[in-house]
Design a protein around this ligand. Structure first.
Ligand SMILES: *[C@@H]1O[C@H](CO)[C@@H](O)[C@H](O)[C@H]1NC(C)=O
Ligand SMILES: *[C@@H]1O[C@H](CO)[C@@H](O)[C@H](O)[C@H]1NC(C)=O
Length: 274
């Protein structure tokens, strides 16, 4: 029990280390290349709001009773920064009542785990652009989320405790097709397994590859882990197919491990590497 817990902590540490510099870089990247403006969609009724939430992998809605408070303009600026997220804004009493909002609130809705995260009035009062941006980056999980130290913190903050990684170089010629199939498989495990892509072409991701004791020559590979019991397994794949991913996931969920590894020994070895 004790060992599992420390193993899990080691994993979260590896996945999250280097957090601060990464965050700064992401924000700068997003702030560059702004050509057209993106404004939150004005939501005046319930069907429009439901439609926005249903259609987007990640939707963020500001429910405001008062549009004059400072957070409203900060919220609008987020729509500029996160171009691939759907932003909505509403002050309709009908819409707010439907979503049980009694005070100003910012809510993030995502499909992958049917997750809903709320920042309510108390959080909002102390919120600035940097904090809101970090909240969005951390919790914007997709059907397939690309791994970053920031997202790692969000991955450990969901109800879904099994995570699958595809560790692959994004520059490889098979990447596009593999991703398409991986994404297709992800939808079959909604709310059950979170699908993550780790770009092995990025030097800083080497520690993730090392954690799962994979060699460069074994990539691309699938790695799956369970955060509570610290179980994990890997499968090198020459080609990603929906069936292969499905079989691997079903096997893991049923408790079949392909690899024979002892958690204690691994944890010790990994600590030494750190
Ligand atoms: C919502 O905002 C609009 C524009 O500022 C305003 O005209 C309207 O009265 C507001 N509605 C409510 C219910 O406060
Ligand atoms: C609002 O609250 C009620 C009662 O707790 C609940 O049944 C309903 O599902 C909630 N609505 C939404 C949109 O979450």
């Amino acid at each position: 029990m004790k060992i599992s817990r420390s193993g899990c902590l080691v994993l979260s540490f590896i996945l999250m280390c280097g957090l601060a510099p990464e965050v700064a870089a992401d924000v700068e990247e997003a702030a560059d290349g702004l050509s057209t403006t993106q404004e939150p969609i004005w939501l005046t009724d319930i069907p429009a709001t439901e439609e926005l939430i249903k259609a987007a992998e990640v939707a963020i809605i500001g429910f405001f009773q008062d549009l004059e408070i400072p957070i409203v303009s900060i919220f609008r600026s987020m729509a500029q920064q996160f171009r691939d997220i759907s932003f909505g804004i509403s002050n309709s009493s009908e819409v707010l009542a439907h979503y049980n909002i009694t005070r100003n609130s910012i809510c993030l809705f995502r499909l992958v785990d049917n997750g809903q995260l709320h920042l309510d009035a108390a959080d909002i009062e102390s919120l600035d652009a940097a904090k809101l941006s970090r909240f969005i980056q951390m919790h914007s999980l997709r059907w397939v989320t690309e791994y970053s130290p920031m997202i790692a913190a969000g991955l450990f903050n969901t109800m879904v405790q099994t995570h699958l990684l595809l560790i692959m170089n994004k520059a490889s010629p098979e990447y596009e097709e593999s991703m398409q199939r991986y994404r297709e498989a992800a939808k079959l495990f909604q709310g059950q397994i979170l699908f993550v892509l780790v770009d092995s072409g990025r030097g800083e991701n080497r520690k993730v590859v090392a954690y799962f004791q994979l060699k460069e020559s074994q990539l691309p590979a699938l790695a799956i882990y369970e955060t509570v019991e610290d179980k994990w397994d890997t499968l090198p794949v020459t080609e990603v197919t929906v069936e292969k991913v499905q079989d691997f996931c079903h096997g893991f969920l049923k408790g079949t491990l392909l690899r024979d590894h002892k958690a204690e020994e691994d944890a010790d070895a990994r600590k030494e590497e750190l």
